[in-house]
Design a protein around this ligand. Structure first.
Ligand code: COA
Length: 233
């Protein structure tokens, strides 16, 4: 288990967003009553669930917070301690978590996907024609662009859903990514503070694409103005 590379922390210099990831996907370190949440699940799901929670507890420790169980609300969204926002992700071979104090961020979102191209039919479903056009000059050696865009949409959803209790379809999140690791996601529906833009970072980590987005609180430690306005390819 290791801290997220600084390249993935949305404006990590401000020190507000903390993240950890692991490629050790095993069912260790659950805290009661977490086991009850995955009691009937297949072993792979239990191991991913546990691995993401180990990362979450390491990240909480970075915030000076105790290691607590991370349970779900009624809609499978992680429940964080008071004063903390966060997000979890896991897939075969990688799990990660990010957290931030709620006085610095309205929300943070992390998502990991295998670093392989999305099937054409999924690209059709998830990326708009504008998003596909923007990627026309993308060099494949940088990473699977459509997968990065998809992951950023999932990270955006993980901020939008808990903070608004609402739903976003893929065509309601417009994502632009740039070769230097910047991501901008424009939402068709606003967050509670009225903003419609989220910014963050992407990176290829081993065999996975990881995206991290944040919604910094205006006037907080992560100044909104610190975020890139528009990524350029
Ligand atoms: C919820 C969702 C984003 C999870 O993404 P995923 O790639 O399937 O799975 P990940 O491993 O990355 O994330 C799973 C974790 O997300 C968290 N999660 C689940 N639902 C969530 C929600 N509504 N909001 C925030 N976090 C959520 C949970 O912590 C979960 O892990 P856990 O069950 O072990 O606690 C996805 O399943 C989904 O419903 N997407 C559709 C909506 C959407 O993304 N629209 C726009 C872009 S396409």
């Amino acid at each position: 288990m290791r801290p997220l590379d600084r390249a993935l922390l949305p404006h990590g210099d401000a020190g507000a967003v903390h993240g950890w990831l692991t490629d050790r996907i095993v069912e260790d370190g659950l805290l009661p009553p977490e086991p009850a949440l995955v009691a009937g699940a297949v072993p792979g799901r239990r191991a991913q669930f546990a691995s993401a929670r180990r990362c979450a507890r390491a990240a909480l420790e970075d915030l000076g917070r105790p290691a607590v169980p991370i349970l779900h609300d009624g809609r499978r969204r992680p429940r964080w301690p008071a004063g903390v926002v966060g997000s979890l992700t896991h897939c075969a071979g990688l799990a990660a978590a990010v957290v931030a104090p709620s006085d610095a961020c309205l929300g943070v979102g992390v998502d990991a996907e295998p670093a392989v191209p999305l099937p054409d039919d999924v690209v059709e479903l998830v990326l708009s024609s504008a998003e596909r056009r923007r990627l026309a000059t993308w060099r494949r050696s940088r990473g699977p662009a459509e997968t990065i865009v998809f992951s950023a949409k999932e990270s955006a959803f993980k901020i939008f859903s808990p903070s608004t209790d609402g739903w976003l379809d893929p065509d309601q999140v417009d994502v632009a990514v740039s070769a230097d690791g910047a991501v901008v996601a424009d939402l068709a529906r606003p967050l509670p503070d009225g903003r419609t833009r989220l910014s963050g970072r992407w990176a290829v980590v081993g065999r996975h694409v990881v995206t991290v987005l944040a919604a910094p609180v205006a006037g907080g430690r992560l100044g909104v103005r610190d975020f890139p306005e528009e990524p350029g390819i």
